[in-house]
Ligand binder design. Sequence first.
Ligand code: GTP
Ligand code: ZN
Length: 427
Amino acid sequence: MLARLGRAGEPSDRHQRLEDHVGVLAGERPHGTDERGVGAHGVVPHEGCGLVVRSALQRVHGTRVSGRSLGRDAVPPPSKSVAPGPPRTYGRRVESSNGQADAWTGRVVRGDRGSVRVVDAEGGVTTARVAVPVSDPLDAPCVGDWVVLVRTGDDVAVTDVAPRRTLLERAEPGGSSRHQPLAANVDVVAVVVGLDQMPSLEKVERLLVVAWSSGAAVHVVLTKADVAPDADDVAHDITTQLGAETIVCSARTGVGVAEVAALASTGGTLALVGSSGAGKSSLVNALVGDEVVATSAIRSDGRGRHTTVRRELVALPGGGWIVDTPGLRGVGVTDSAGLSHAFADVEELARSCRFGDCTHQVEPGCAVRGALDGGTLTLRRYESWRALQREAEWLERRTDARLAAEQNRQVRRTTREQRRFRRARGH
Ligand SMILES: Nc1nc2c(ncn2[C@@H]2O[C@H](COP(=O)(O)OP(=O)(O)OP(=O)(O)O)[C@@H](O)[C@H]2O)c(=O)[nH]1
Ligand SMILES: [Zn+2]
């Protein structure tokens, strides 16, 4: 199995590793990154699948294009085509070493429990069973992942997931320390905020932390500008108070939609996050120019507003890809890396406090309190930072405790098995 990126590492280290893993399976390189070779990334063939995955991946990357291609003719055509068709570079059929199975690569456009839909180079979509070990929910292939598919008879299985360049994730609802993958290999995360209500800066800050934790670039998209005469003032406040780049748009009138599309137009992947009803699905429809995602307004059963149940990767007409995520009601802050980005101003102040372990409460020489007193930092932002920081720390402790408990269970299981084995052999 391919190594998964750990989330527990030092933020900068994690992001460096994310960068190092750029484009392992991708036939096209994400914008803002260099073309890199595959072999250097330590891609390991999946044990027992009988395929030379490494050379397959090299071929996908265009470093080894010669040789026989047996997949194409040996395999029934994929079930369906997506429109508009994805770039042909999205994956390629690859050679099998045993002549019994064949394999190819592609990108997950939709993830369901236990199965995924994968688009390949020809634009075909295949539903495949997930056959990679998933001990942590984060290991499960999710939308945006580059995967290796293997066909054996009628069975198509995902046998490998490429290391993720970026990963948008959230803490599972209900206070659990488990994390849920939302979208992988995203280049830009847009935090979508509906201007039909006065946006809560704390909520936007929370979403910004989640967005920055992914390792992708981040923008705030203020939508429904058609019902907000003060849209530009709100944008100004968000830019100055939260330090985030902001786009004002309306799915209804089309204002600013091209600007949002430009975030992904160089072939990148754009993910939308935001609370339920913010206007994400409507924005996807406006961007794609089609009713591709059900919006709240056309839901007929009247049961709540959680309309976008499926997070599908959709091709944008002007290039690039977009994925909508379900409305995040209670988003858990997943790690401190995102916090450092979303509160870069406050964390920079904290670094210049006199004491390294300053709690920014009563200590002399506290730069944070100094900024509060001097009026350059608002109490609102300071309190929002403290609250999210406490939450991230709590979650990290819970995660460590859970991982330790799982490790203990594994050790006990192995010891039990060894004992049984020795007994069976008469020792
Ligand atoms: N006036 C106005 N209303 C909009 C706009 N975009 C969306 N809406 C309305 O806002 C409501 C919610 O829009 P959705 O696009 O379904 O919101 P969502 O963020 O996808 O919601 P979830 O799928 O629940 O996460 C619907 O009634 C839309 O018609 C806009 O630009 N202007
Ligand atoms: Zn301090």
